[in-house]
Design a protein around this ligand. Sequence first.
Ligand SMILES: Nc1nc2c(ncn2[C@@H]2O[C@H](COP(=O)(O)OP(=O)(O)OP(=O)(O)O)[C@@H](O)[C@H]2O)c(=O)[nH]1
Ligand SMILES: [Mg+2]
Length: 222
Amino acid sequence: MNRLLQKERSIVTGVPGTTRDFIEETVNIGGVPMRLIDTAGVHDTEDALEMAGIRFTMERMDDAGIVLFMVDCSVPLNDDDVDIYNVVRNREAILVINKIDLGDEGGVGGIVDRLKGLPWVEISALYNKGIEELKSAVFRVVTYQGGFGDVPSIVPNVRHKVAIERAVVASKRVVAGLGTGLPAELLAIDLKEALEGLGEIVGETTTEDVLDKIFKRFCVGK
Ligand SMILES: Nc1nc2c(ncn2[C@@H]2O[C@H](COP(=O)(O)OP(=O)(O)OP(=O)(O)O)[C@@H](O)[C@H]2O)c(=O)[nH]1
Ligand SMILES: [Mg+2]
């Protein structure tokens, strides 16, 4: 949290259970404003205050657009790490392997092997290492630079969302059509549909709906 914000916002101590209430700040990553939330680390405890903090962690994690799942590579993974992995493995999450100043290469390899499937970044929060790589990983996940798949996580408004979905669905049909050897004339229909979806965003396709809005707002010669 502190390294991403470039300020001392969260208390850091060697005492497990330091963070209890979650701490929320705004951060700009690659031009995308985000709400960053630091929460209590999840571990077995009987302490009522810590348990309340861990409950917050689970709730915040449920609501989060992306989870930065941090593990310590200087000690073996524990059951709590694996439990969190099972919660986040099918979500937008980045595995953040911290304390690489202490861990050896084999340790990191073992972690990635065990917690597989997540994009991962190695950092040393203490020595401010790997933070730019972490920011790039977050940026990639929010802007979805992984190819076709789900629609991007961040879309400025519903009109853009609908347009992107239209383009993605049509593009997938083109890819499928290429695979099955569909004739070019038929592929062209889907390709045009995809282009029109993107065109709605960059302003090259004008739909009735957008024209209506323009007339309503600006009364252009109506
Ligand atoms: N060597 C090393 N120590 C680190 C690194 N990052 C954090 N630490 C140390 O690890 C200890 C715990 O750090 P915290 O930031 O309080 O850890 P936390 O995960 O927020 O812990 P809780 O708030 O208790 O859940 C502190 O003594 C830090 O100085 C790192 O990259 N390398
Ligand atoms: Mg903390």
